[in-house]
Write a protein that binds this ligand. Structure first.
Ligand SMILES: C[S@@+](CC[C@H](N)C(=O)[O-])C[C@H]1O[C@@H](n2cnc3c(N)ncnc32)[C@H](O)[C@@H]1O
Length: 441
């Protein structure tokens, strides 16, 4: 039975407590059950202000979880107590505020103690929590200086990136992921005009970049459907199909529809396929707001039958390690086993593509993963196995001159460390892989 809480400590009556409680539950969900942070927020009924605060706290806590964990470990002489329920998530929630947010330390500590006291298992450790958090607060700068930047990337991921990209690039990727990303928009037309109106800048690849971290629906042009949110790297794979006006194009694994919108805007007759009905609701809403059209189909593409298309883009489900800047929980909720499982699914999806692309037609395969198994290795295996496809190398002209994003083999490989800027929050792009293949005629 949950213990009754005293009226003065009910989350809805203590200012700020509900936001901390939600942040703590979201963090606990990632660390204890591999639940995505967003799932905790989507199910919440908190006021928008509290929800935004909870998102901010949990976001920075996951982005800097390696640093926070190292500092807490150093202060817990006997390690995290066993059977202490959400104590670890409570400490992380408070330490994230103390170390990285502009919140009075005493408020962060006080609210953490209230959360601990509300939980049957954690309450016995509220004194310990108080002592540890006061030590975090007392020597912030010293604690932070003692932790190397790589601590915020799990060792297994860093090791893979070292093997595939080399030491310097692996470190640069890890460093880029410690900062919140900018907001990138794909605009229908007039990128320079929208950059001007929204106070942003046009990237060489054509996206408009803003340093904006609030809700986007209040920004000019959103309601009128003049642009959509899409990371600069995510906007590149659809462009590899070249001129698509009047062509029949299948967008496979399409929801929430960023690439569908690009292709429809470019004049293609798009068929958007995804197996998730829920995500297709968002795709339809997005297309509706943008005033764009596509034929939308809910189906598992491993079983879907259709007459072949002039061109196909397959944005396969992946480990999403290229999006850790945007979704820092991905770093801590995924494992090497997850990479192997999605790589197997991607291989099976690619195996079906010859049926769906007309002879002479184009296929673009892409993933938002930094892992070679989900990118380079997939295409190398496909091409080595007597495939119907040949590689059409990506050229700088395809992607706004971003030569650094093209590999010697002719693949597109964007990294969070590309597009550097003196302001780290205006730097970088998601990690994407894409290959362009032509089916034999
Ligand atoms: C990376 S997301 C796609 C993002 C989208 N292309 C965009 O640009 O907005 C991957 C999508 O694959 C879908 N998916 C996963 N397995 C699938 C399958 N077997 N058949 C169809 N869709 C699938 C998921 O529901 C998810 O929406």
């Amino acid at each position: 039975m949950p213990r009754p809480t005293s009226p003065s400590s009910r989350p809805d009556q203590v200012p700020g407590l509900a936001a901390r409680a939600l942040a703590m539950r979201a963090i606990d969900g990632v660390l204890a059950r591999n639940v995505a942070l967003e799932d905790a927020f989507e199910a919440s009924s908190l006021e928008p202000r509290d929800l935004a605060l909870a998102r901010m706290i949990a976001g920075v806590a996951m982005r800097r979880y390696g640093t926070i964990g190292t500092i807490l470990d150093g202060l817990l002489a006997k390690g995290m107590p066993r059977k202490s329920g959400p104590l670890e998530a409570i400490l992380i929630t408070a330490a994230a505020q103390i170390l990285f947010l502009d919140v009075p330390d005493h408020a962060a500590v006080d609210l953490a103690i209230r959360l601990a006291r509300q939980d049957d298992r954690a309450q016995a450790f509220s004194g310990l929590a108080n002592a540890v958090l006061r030590k975090v607060s007392a020597q912030k700068a010293e604690h932070l200086a003692a932790v190397p930047p790589e601590a915020d990337t799990p060792a297994w991921l860093l090791e893979r990136w070292r093997r595939h990209y080399g030491e310097d690039t692996a470190r640069a990727i890890a460093a880029a992921q410690r900062f919140e990303p900018p907001l990138d928009l794909t605009v229908k037309t007039d990128a320079a005009g929208w950059a001007d109106r929204l106070g942003g800048r046009v990237l060489p690849t054509g996206s408009v970049r803003l340093a904006h971290h609030g809700p986007v629906s209040a920004l000019e042009g959103y309601a009128e459907g003049q642009w959509w949110v899409q990371d600069a790297a995510a906007a590149l794979p659809a462009r590899l199909l070249g001129r698509v006006e009047g062509l029949a194009v299948a967008d496979l694994c399409a929801a929430p529809g960023g690439k569908t919108a690009q292709l429809a805007q470019a004049g293609a007759r798009v068929t958007a396929v995804d197996r998730s009905e829920n995500r297709l609701i968002r795709l339809r809403e997005n297309l509706g707001r943008l005033g764009l059209e596509a034929a939308v189909t809910a189906a598992d593409i491993l079983a879907w039958k259709a007459a072949p298309f002039d061109a196909v883009i397959l944005d396969a489900p992946c480990s999403a390690t290229g999006t850790i800047r945007r979704h820092p929980d991905v770093a801590w909720s995924k494992s090497a086993g997850d990479v192997a499982a999605v790589a197997d699914l991607q291989r099976r999806m690619l195996g079906r593509m010859a049926e769906l692309v007309k002879p002479g037609g184009l296929l673009v395969y892409c993933t938002c993963s930094l892992e070679a198994e989900e990118g380079e290795d997939q295409i190398a295996r496909l091409l080595a196995g007597g495939s119907h496809f040949t590689l059409e190398p990506v050229t700088p002209a395809d992607i706004g001159g971003l030569e650094g994003a093209i590999t010697p083999q002719g693949y597109l490989r964007t990294l969070p460390s590309l597009l550097p800027d003196p302001d780290p929050v205006m730097s970088g792009m998601d990690g994407f892989f894409a290959a362009r293949l032509r089916r034999a005629g």
